[in-house]
Design a protein around this ligand. Structure first.
Ligand code: PGA
Length: 242
């Protein structure tokens, strides 16, 4: 079962990938099947080769269509053609930098709703919503208009990523994360179509805070951005769940 996912975002090169896997393998103490790496799509084949298929390789995004006039996009069919059966969907950077609306994300989730595919679906509130104590409402609304509006069975890891915590060094308290994860779990368990594989926390997870968070029964895993770029640091974070 996957517990820790590295999201490399727009970082990497062939040299980086090779060095990263060396550093990670040297320092990781655990089961390789508990780890997934999301490199830029162009490096998926190289990462598959370097991981010897023991670590899951994940896409950072997919398009809901295939065989269409959509320059620059990558389809689920193309990912599966590379034996990549896992993708992040709805990351806040896709929502805010690339204008992905709830409708677009719902279509992507619908596309990913296949027996042999798994989505890592990201949701989270912004700072103003957090400060106004609207986090629970915002998360419920996101789930209603995206995940709960699809009628097909979907395999999903839910990643709770408060937007204000991503790359900022600021985190909600452990208790706040736990309460939100329990809220999300309650909502998801009411939907028979959802095969919930785990609820991850994402946003400024580091070597320093991972141990405390990983000890919580409500946190099944992490989605890690910045701290995943160093193979040794990410190995330490992933080892906290080992
Ligand atoms: P961060 O990013 O770990 O750098 O905060 C998390 C994410 O964007 O998934």
């Amino acid at each position: 079962m996957i517990r820790t996912v590295a999201n490399w975002k727009l970082n990497g090169s062939r040299t980086f990938c090779k060095q990263w896997f060396k550093d990670f393998i040297t320092h990781f103490a655990g089961d390789l099947s508990s780890v997934a790496i999301a490199p830029p799509a162009i490096y998926i084949p190289l990462c598959k080769e370097l991981s010897a298929d023991e670590i899951s390789i994940c896409a950072q995004n997919l398009d809901s269509l295939h065989g269409a006039a959509r320059t620059g996009e990558i389809s689920l069919e193309m990912l599966q053609d590379l034996n990549c059966n896992l993708s992040i969907i709805g990351h806040s950077e896709r929502r805010h930098l690339f204008g992905e609306t709830s409708n677009i994300i719902r279509d992507k989730l619908l596309k990913a709703a296949k027996p042999d595919f798994t989505a890592i679906y990201c949701i989270g509130e912004n700072l103003a919503e957090y400060e106004a104590k609207l986090s629970f409402e915002v998360i419920s609304e996101q789930l209603n208009s995206e995940l709960f509006s699809i009628s097909k069975r979907i395999n999903v890891f839910l990643a709770y990523e408060p937007i204000w915590a991503i790359g900022s060094g600021k985190l909600p308290s452990k208790n706040e994360i736990e309460l939100m994860h329990l809220h999300i779990k309650d909502l998801l368990l009411q939907h028979k179509n959802i095969n919930l594989l785990g609820i991850f926390y994402g946003g400024s997870v580091t070597e320093d805070n991972c141990i405390e968070l990983s000890q919580s029964d409500a946190i099944d895993g992490f989605l890690v951005g910045g701290a995943s770029l160093n193979g040794k640091s990410f190995a330490k974070i992933a080892s906290s769940f080992a």
